[in-house]
Design a protein around this ligand. Structure first.
Ligand code: AP5
Length: 222
């Protein structure tokens, strides 16, 4: 199963990618998580990525393509992957096509999660992440059992630096300009499935599984 999740910041890509990856038994590959980990470790990649992420801008294509090519070449991606946050520009989409073609592979589906802008802003404003293990919460929709603490590891929950209101609106503008054109790119290739991302987490997962099964001509979940 080789699937890409498209959608604006806060659409639920990370939340859904983790659930889908567990259902299909393939890795969840998130460029945003990879960069945040590199930032936390203070690596040269992290220092470079941080400059762009803080401003709500995209990390240069060449850098991101290198990170993804190395990740997809690892053995655990042989049965497939769920890509979250990549590709985000036309050159990245073309690079991904090239990486897969080299191995005689292609994508199975590209899921476009659509969510109203009002809801996106609400989701970003309430998001909290564990500073230790990266688990994702929402103050209103997915609160932790103990305020400010991760249910999984007890780590402190913090707001992502790029979730401040001003940076969120810049990220939305960058999405509209640079990532939204990918919807047509994948529609033309017959890979696009559009899913309403505005329901509950469970409803959206079911809708994605159904839409992907429909695209692959199968019935029932898998
Ligand atoms: P990245 O981490 O990919 O951020 P993003 O695409 O902006 O997406 P988000 O993580 O904000 O949201 P999401 O759609 O994953 O939603 P989530 O599931 O968390 O990228 C960060 C930065 O890294 C970029 O700005 C860029 O600088 C750089 N970068 C990354 N990839 C790059 C690339 N390919 N090229 C260049 N630069 C790149 O959900 C949001 C919140 O809502 C959570 O709190 C969640 O609990 C809640 N929620 C989720 N679903 C629901 C639901 N159904 N109902 C209620 N609440 C929900």
């Amino acid at each position: 199963m080789r699937v890409v999740l498209l959608g604006p910041p806060g659409a639920g890509k990370g939340t859904q990618a983790a659930r889908l990856a567990a259902t299909w038994g393939v890795p969840h590959v998130s460029t945003g998580d990879a960069f945040r980990q590199a930032v936390a470790e203070g690596t040269p990649l992290g220092k470079l990525a941080q400059e762009y992420m803080q401003r709500g801008e995209l990390v240069p294509d060449q850098v991101v393509n290198g990170v993804v090519a190395a990740r997809l070449a690892r053995d655990d991606c042989a049965p497939g992957f769920v890509l979250d946050g990549y590709p985000r520009t036309l050159p990245q989409a073309e690079a991904l096509e090239g990486m897969l073609e080299e191995r005689g592979l292609r994508l199975d589906a590209v899921v476009d999660l659509t969510v109203s802008e009002e809801e996106l802003v609400r989701r970003a404003a309430g998001r909290r992440v564990c500073s230790r293990c990266g688990a994702n919460y929402h103050l209103e929709f997915r609160p932790p059992r103990h305020a400010g603490r991760c249910d999984l590891c007890g780590g402190e929950l913090v707001q992502r630096e790029d979730d401040r209101a001003e940076t969120v609106s810049r990220r939305l503008a960058v999405y509209r300009r640079q990532t939204a054109p990918l919807v047509e790119f994948y529609r033309e290739r017959g890979l696009l499935v559009e899913v309403d991302g505005g329901g509950t987490v469970e409803e959206v997962t079911l809708a994605i599984l159904e839409a992907v099964d429909g695209r692959l001509g199968r019935k029932g979940g898998s």
